[in-house]
Every structure is written in C-alpha cells, then in structure tokens.
Design a protein around this ligand. Sequence first.
Ligand code: FAD
Ligand code: NAG
Ligand code: NAG
Ligand code: NAG
Ligand code: NAG
Ligand code: NAG
Ligand code: NAG
Length: 471
Amino acid sequence: MHRPGIKTCMLIALSSGPLSHALAPKPRNPFDDQFYAPDDIITRDVAIIGGGSSGTYSAINLRALGKSVVVVEKTPRMGGPTSTYVDPQTGVPVNYGVQALYNISVATDYLDLLGVPMEPFHVLDPVTRVYADFHAGKNVSVSPSPGFAGYAEQLGKYPFLEYTWDLPKPVPEDLLLPFREFLAKYNLDDVAYSVYFSGPGYANILDQLTVNVFKLIDDSYLKSNSGSGMLPVSGNNGELYDKALDILGSDVLLSTTVVDTKRSYNNSGIRLVVQSGSKWKLIKASKLLITIPPLLSNLAPFDLDANERNLFSQWNYTNYYIMLVNNTGLPDGIQFANAVPSSADSFNIPNFPGPYQITSTRVPGLFYVWYASPYDATEAEVKADVVAIINRLRPTFGNSTIAGAPNFVEFRDRIPFKLVVSAEAIATGFYDKLGALQGRRNTWYTGAAFISHDASIIWHYTRSLLPGIVA
Ligand SMILES: Cc1cc2nc3c(=O)[nH]c(=O)nc-3n(C[C@H](O)[C@H](O)[C@H](O)COP(=O)(O)OP(=O)(O)OC[C@H]3O[C@@H](n4cnc5c(N)ncnc54)[C@H](O)[C@@H]3O)c2cc1C
Ligand SMILES: *[C@@H]1O[C@H](CO)[C@@H](O)[C@H](O)[C@H]1NC(C)=O
Ligand SMILES: *[C@@H]1O[C@H](CO)[C@@H](O)[C@H](O)[C@H]1NC(C)=O
Ligand SMILES: *[C@@H]1O[C@H](CO)[C@@H](O)[C@H](O)[C@H]1NC(C)=O
Ligand SMILES: *[C@@H]1O[C@H](CO)[C@@H](O)[C@H](O)[C@H]1NC(C)=O
Ligand SMILES: *[C@@H]1O[C@H](CO)[C@@H](O)[C@H](O)[C@H]1NC(C)=O
Ligand SMILES: *[C@@H]1O[C@H](CO)[C@@H](O)[C@H](O)[C@H]1NC(C)=O
C-alpha cells in the first residue's frame, strides 16, 4: 500500500529541490527502530497532532504538568488561522485572521504561561463601514439592529451550550431549526444581518442549524461586544505562537505529516511514522492527542476503527480564505461590507461563495478580505472573484484609473472550516458519541469540531481533558 506513495514522494522531492533535500526512501519496516538513526526516534509521553490553537495550548499545558510532548504540524508555522502581517516599512502588525480572545481565566492563565502581556480589546484598524452590493458595485442601504437583545433572550435558554455539547434529551427542537426558520419564529429578522456579519464562516448562515449559530455568536461573544475581549499589548496576535515556539523548541516538528500509525503497539502506547521535511522519523508515545479537523481524509493515516470512521464521515464544512490585497484603488479607512438590496427573505445577506468584507488596515493601501465558499474553490478562482469585485467597486468608491490589477500580498486558506453535522445526527446523540471517544485506543481529541469555533472556548474544553491525558 505504501510503495506507490514512496515513488510519488521521491519524485516530488527530487523535482522540486536540490538532491540534499530529497526525501529518503521510506524505511522498509517503518515501525522498527533499527531503520532509524537514534536522533530520528522521538520518545514522548504525548504526541500532539496539529499546532494550531488547541494543539499549542495542549503542548504548553501538558509540559507545565510535567509531561513530555511532541507536536506534529503540517505547515511551516504554528497558530492555524492566527495570521499577522508585519508591514516591512513600518513594522506595524496587521492581524488578518484571529482578532480577539475572550478575557476568561483559562485564556489569561495560558497567556501568563506564555509570557504574552495582554490588554483590553480595542480596534487596531479604525474604519467606517460602508454596505455595498459586491455584484453591482453599488451602495446598499442596510440598517442592522445594533443590539442582540431578542437573540440573547433565546440564547439564554441554553446556558450549557457555552462550554459543552451536553444537550438535553430530547434535543430542544428550536436548536435544530434552520436559522432562517428560527428568526421567523421569534420575529428576530432585524438581527439577521448582524449575526451574519459578526459570525463569518458558515457561508449561507440562514441555512445553518440554530444550535451552530448559537455556538458561534455565544454568550462570550455578546459579552465581548461590551468590552470583555483582549489582545496582546504588541497588537500582534502571532506573538502567542512566537512565544510558544520559543518554549517548545525542537518539540515542534513543523512541515511534518503523519504517514502511518499503530495506536496499540504491543500494549505499549502508540507509534507514529512521520515525514518531517526530507526525513522519516518514528514517534513513540504513550498517548495520542489529535487536534486537526477530524475529517476521514485528514485522519487516513490513523488506522480508524468502524466507530471512528462512522462518526468522522458525517461532517459538513465550509471553505474559508483570508487574504491581504493592495493596489485596490479603494479609499483607506473604509470597511466594505458585502450586502444585497433588501428583499423578503434575504435580510440583506448575500449568497456565497463571496467575501464578507474588504477592510482597510492601518497600512495605507492595504486591505484584508475574508471569503467563504460552501464548496471547494481553488485559490485562482477565489482571487479572480475578489479582483472582479474590487474592479466593480472602484468606479463607485475609488479610483478606477489606478494602474494595474489588485495585488495579493498574502493568501491563506482554512479548509475545512466550521465542521457541522446534520440535525438528525445531533438529535440521535452525535456529540455524546464523539465525547465517548476520549481516551479510547490511547487517543484523545480536541479542536473546534469537538466544542466550538473559538480559541478561548476551545482552550476551556481542552483544559478539561488534561487530567485524563495526564493520568
Ligand atoms: C479568519 C479567522 C478569524 C478568526 N478569528 C477568531 C477570533 O478573533 N477569536 C477566536 O477565538 N477565534 C477566531 N477564529 C477561530 C479560531 O481561530 C479557530 O476556531 C481555532 O483556531 C480552531 O482551533 P483548532 O486547534 O481546532 O484548529 P487550528 O487552530 O486551525 O489548528 C489546526 C492545526 O492543525 C494543522 N493541521 C491540519 N491538518 C493537519 C495534518 N493532517 N497534520 C498535521 N497538522 C495538520 C493546521 O495547519 C493547523 O495549524 C478565527 C478563525 C478564522 C479562520
Ligand atoms: C480581564 O478582566 C479583568 C476583570 O474581570 C480585568 O481586571 C483585566 O484587566 C482584564 N484583562 C484584560 C487583558 O483585558
Ligand atoms: C512485543 O512484546 C514482547 C514481550 O514484551 C517482546 O518479546 C517483543 O519483542 C515485542 N515486539 C516488538 C515488535 O517490539
Ligand atoms: C503592495 O505590496 C507589495 C508587497 O507585497 C509592495 O511591493 C507593493 O509596492 C505594494 N503596492 C502598493 C500599490 O502599495
Ligand atoms: C453540506 O453543505 C452544502 C452547502 O451548504 C449543502 O449543499 C449540502 O447538502 C450539505 N451536505 C450535507 C450532507 O449536509
Ligand atoms: C455610499 O458610500 C459612500 C462612501 O463612498 C458614503 O459616504 C455614503 O454614505 C454611502 N451611502 C449609503 C446610502 O450608504
Ligand atoms: C488615480 O490613480 C492614478 C494612477 O495611479 C493617478 O494618476 C491619479 O492621480 C489618481 N486619482 C485620484 C483622484 O486619486
């Protein structure tokens, strides 16, 4: 099964770099120590897969509890969607991914451990919002409800949703209504646009289950609107991951993927065969903590059993793209919010794929764009759509005689984003079954899909798993 893979890897390695960086042949018996140099055998208490929000939290806190760890991160950087661009001219940091954290003790304890001084959240890139029809390239009049009072009253019925998926049985039927029907049932049409704009990522949010909207625009979010958010004093959200990498050092394997796994090796924990840059390494650990999005495709190397396969086959998700653009010909100081003219059931919310917003930053001429698609879209397709939109906005709002096309300074995708399952799956105990995986087969799980799409809430959940992992 691995033979064809080796050839492909070797061809890629040989054709894309100097020979010294070519991937060595995969060990003939990749689980056998004798095929590795001593330095390429890594023995730890816990192997953590994914170095984003939850994986980094886990690594730092397990270390603090006296456990040895190794983090396997497939990209060349930690932090997942935490994305900060530092303007080379001025040194000004621009956060174009994660914006704010919640001021809850699990987050402040963690930031203390990392040594990142925090301050109350304030807008770093002040802008005036203009509602624009991105297809027509024209202004739209939108007056979203400034408050969430009616919404908060409904949300308040389900306090357990804040930090858990411990749903009552039977699951309250309002939670499983498509959000569009929920809005109609409680006459909350006036918050529809605010919820759409405040909780980007679900693409067509009106079709989303109400429980998933409540998981995103939750009580912590509503509180942070009135001042309980925070950010690093440096203004650079990437600082968390710079500090984490300093602390963890060689315990983080960047640009590394798991290729093969035995999760019960001779009754002595787990074995992972990883490809780290051009090398093969063998990880021996007592426990495995999986923090990556648990799609079957992502978990293929983890010898899933029927139960795991059944659960992980049920996810649906969106595709999300974040980028920085300059040479737009659009004026600084403006946030263009994507909207459509009002109609009976659109609530000014556009159809996706498309951008939520094109927002000016403190760096003159530099804008960030957040874009979602309910289905796969290539980088080229997304960029072409963004360019077409900016070209339509220029004549109305900016300088249509500006030379040249918009220029992409940064582009990152977050695929998959916002994993969800069907109403039927939730009604029949999907999240209980998911929770019951914890600790089975020496394996633990955390990350957004298991709890919520918010870093601070994910840390809260992850903290609750640590005693079991340490035991
Ligand atoms: C644009 C944007 C803005 C956001 N803003 C905020 C915000 O302001 N506040 C907030 O709290 N949350 C915010 N979020 C959400 C929050 O950041 C995520 O919910 C959180 O990062 C999820 O944590 P995680 O550990 O599950 O996944 P991630 O942080 O995405 O980490 C997963 C990691 O695993 C790696 N990986 C994936 N597959 C593999 C593999 N096969 N092998 C090895 N590694 C792999 C990824 O590269 C990534 O580093 C935002 C998200 C986005 C996209
Ligand atoms: C967090 O909140 C506490 C009070 O609840 C406050 O004293 C502290 O300054 C806040 N921290 C930040 C970084 O906002
Ligand atoms: C498995 O464990 C047994 C007994 O401890 C030992 O003899 C054997 O060599 C081990 N096998 C491997 C492949 O490590
Ligand atoms: C856009 O950013 C690039 C850096 O990626 C820079 O070289 C270029 O001068 C900028 N263009 C404009 C018009 O600001
Ligand atoms: C997944 O989401 C897409 C886009 O919203 C939708 O068309 C599709 O029916 C969904 N699939 C499942 C299995 O829910
Ligand atoms: C249209 O956009 C301009 C900014 O170019 C703004 O000044 C104006 O108020 C907008 N009009 C409406 C109706 O939103
Ligand atoms: C529009 O852009 C062109 C090309 O950069 C420039 O010459 C012109 O002065 C700009 N006009 C305005 C009104 O900014």
